[in-house]
Design a binder for this molecule. Structure first.
Ligand code: FAD
Length: 289
């Protein structure tokens, strides 16, 4: 089923994001998490796609297992950098056979690409989206950046590019993680003014360390509100304290987003479901009544 059908009903949509594990041990852990996740009835789980192109079918394979074995609705990420046009056509045919009808189209990050694996049939996500749309039968999503994509010259220019993705066929958008809800709500105003009227699912991630927080600012250029920074500094080195603080921060953020009209939540889990599940448990009590 296309989860976008649920979005159309106005009911909140909850989702988790995973990446394909590399070892047997990590795979076993992920499947244990999947059993736990089922109890929270997520509307979908999404599976990232490495831009390396080294194992291009790992995403598809994991999506197939999560759907067939665990009954989870899945969204397969597809990237321009990992796949040629021919591979995309093969993947779509495989997804259709598995009755997977949700995809998220991304460019991928060049710095993730290992030597020799870079593909250039598609330069931007909008081009991939156009092909996915032409293939038919898929609910297609794209990424968006409330604090602008790091390479974009400005937020307005980035939103103009985002409009191209929606015009090409993106039916929903999922945001880059952010920690200041004002950025999300201001972004919604600007995208609406630009004529973008598809649901924008906010992406949230609980911060687990000072180093991780530094990476967010350095690589993703997202801003860290003072209250979050102070909490991370306060609890650095205390695992339990950090966990509690970061779940509380993200839960408060999530509740305010839902209250403010966000269509749901997309939780970046890094395959460690404990914090994401705690957040969803906190908000579901309120939001799903
Ligand atoms: P695009 O929409 O192509 O935009 C990239 C940049 O190019 C932007 O600055 C945009 O303004 C600009 N641009 C767009 N079109 C044009 C044009 N015609 N001319 C000039 N400039 C243009 N990465 C992975 O490798 N695998 C994943 O599974 C993955 N999942 C993600 C999930 C989410 C929800 C998000 C938010 C990101 C994800 N990423 C993933 C990261 C993503 O690949 C990077 O952020 C990447 O740098 C941009 O991808 P995009 O699809 O937004 O690119």
């Amino acid at each position: 089923m296309k989860f976008t059908e649920r979005l159309k009903t106005g009911k909140k949509v909850y989702s988790f994001e995973f990446y394909p594990p590399k070892t047997a041990e990590d795979t076993a852990k992920l499947f244990t998490n999947a059993v736990e996740l089922l109890k929270l009835s997520p509307d979908f789980v999404s599976v990232t796609n490495s831009s390396s192109g080294v194992t291009p079918y790992r995403t598809v394979a994991l999506c197939g297992v999560l759907k067939a074995q665990f009954g989870l609705e899945v969204v397969a990420h597809l990237t321009c950098l990992a796949h040629t046009r021919t591979e995309i056509a093969e993947i779509l045919s495989g997804l259709k056979k598995m009755e997977i009808t949700n995809v998220l189209a991304l460019r991928g990050d060049p710095h993730n690409v290992e030597a020799g694996a870079r593909r250039r049939d598609y330069n931007y996500a909008a081009q991939l989206i156009a092909d996915l749309k032409a293939a038919g039968g898929f609910a297609i999503g794209g990424a968006c950046y409330p604090e602008k994509h790091p390479e974009a010259p400005g937020l307005e220019a980035d939103i103009a590019r985002l409009k191209e993705k929606v015009d090409a066929g993106a039916e929903y958008l999922i945001t880059q993680l952010f920690f200041d809800n004002d950025c999300y709500f201001r972004f919604l105003e600007k995208t609406a003014a630009a004529g973008i009227n598809v649901p924008v699912l906010p992406g949230l991630m609980p911060v687990t360390s000072y180093k991780q927080m530094q990476n967010f600012t350095k690589l993703m250029k997202v801003c860290i509100p003072e209250a979050l920074r102070a909490g991370i500094e306060r609890w650095e080195g205390d695992k339990d304290g950090m966990f509690k603080f970061s779940v509380e921060y993200a839960s408060a953020q999530a509740e305010a987003l839902l209250k403010g009209g966000a269509p749901g939540l997309h939780l970046y889990t890094l395959n460690r479901s404990r914090a994401a599940m705690a957040i969803l448990k906190n908000v579901k009590g309120e939001a799903l009544k």
